[in-house]
Write a protein that binds this ligand. Structure first.
Ligand code: ATP
Length: 242
């Protein structure tokens, strides 16, 4: 079966800092994949290289068999939630989604569908600046879902969510996978990812693990947290505060 995402020997250097070094992994269709690592481990840089937002120093990343920039219809096939691809705070939730929908060539009925799907239909008349962190995360997911994408790339979707929000997100991600979509999400919430992801990728500048969650934890015999620390090692002093 064709890989949805293939990362091969990916490296990114910023001056003296090597953010990502020789990382390779694959993402299969219909899987929920958790990309794990500490602050500064290279998660966002890896996702940005995958989406053609950062040029790799070496290696290659493809989505559906091609570099993102060469993939026809990439904006429809891949939904993204990531800092910096943010909405205008002055708009209402609904108005912001309508702008995105128009850009994607979609009608406003699709906006209503995604609002309902993320549970924001009752709040979409409000300005985004008044949204809570959890509402912002849902709004970002609604934006990512607009074009009915096959792949979702979500950078830290659980950040700032309360327990209800986290439970909701878990069920939401599972429903996306049940529809045959693939989800690649980054996180440092290990317990959360343990409950959600089928496959795990652990980064600490280099690749530390790529495989099923079940293999990593011996079908739950060892906690993901214990395995994580075995694989990434102790925190170095210079990175102690991210
Ligand atoms: P976090 O969980 O804190 O978001 P992360 O795993 O997403 O971390 P990255 O944001 O990919 O990590 O950063 C990896 C390393 O690359 C860090 O040392 C960071 O300081 C460095 N870095 C990232 N972007 C740049 C940039 N544009 N210029 C210089 N250094 C950068």
């Amino acid at each position: 079966m064709t890989d949805v995402v293939a990362i091969e020997g990916l490296t990114k250097r910023y001056g003296d800092v090597t953010a990502v070094q020789d990382v390779s992994f694959r993402v299969g269709p219909g899987r929920i994949v958790g990309l794990l690592g500490r602050n500064g481990a290279g998660k966002t840089t890896t996702l940005r290289m995958l989406l053609g937002l950062v040029r790799p120093t070496a290696g290659r990343a493809t989505v559906f068999g091609r570099p993102y920039g060469e993939l026809p219809d990439a904006a429809h096939r891949i939904g993204v939630s990531m800092d910096g691809i943010g909405p205008s705070n002055a708009a209402t939730g609904r108005a912001d989604l309508r702008i995105w929908a128009r850009t994607l060539g979609l009608g406003s009925s699709r906006v209503e569908e995604v609002l309902e799907r993320v549970g924001l239909d009752g709040d979409a008349h409000r300005k985004l600046r008044g949204y809570s962190t959890g509402m912002r995360q849902r709004h970002a997911l609604a934006t990512a879902l607009l074009a009915d994408p096959e792949l979702l790339v979500l950078d830290e979707p659980a950040n700032g969510l309360d327990p209800d929000g986290i439970r909701w997100l878990r069920q939401f991600l599972r429903s996306l996978a049940d529809e045959g979509r693939t989800v690649l999400l980054s996180s440092h919430l290990l317990a959360e990812v343990e409950q959600t992801a089928d496959d795990i990728v652990i980064l600490q500048r280099t690749l530390r693990y790529s495989g099923t969650a079940a293999d990593l934890t011996g079908d739950g015999d060892v906690s993901l947290e214990d395995r994580f620390f075995e694989l990434v090692g102790p925190q170095s002093k210079e990175h102690a505060h991210g």
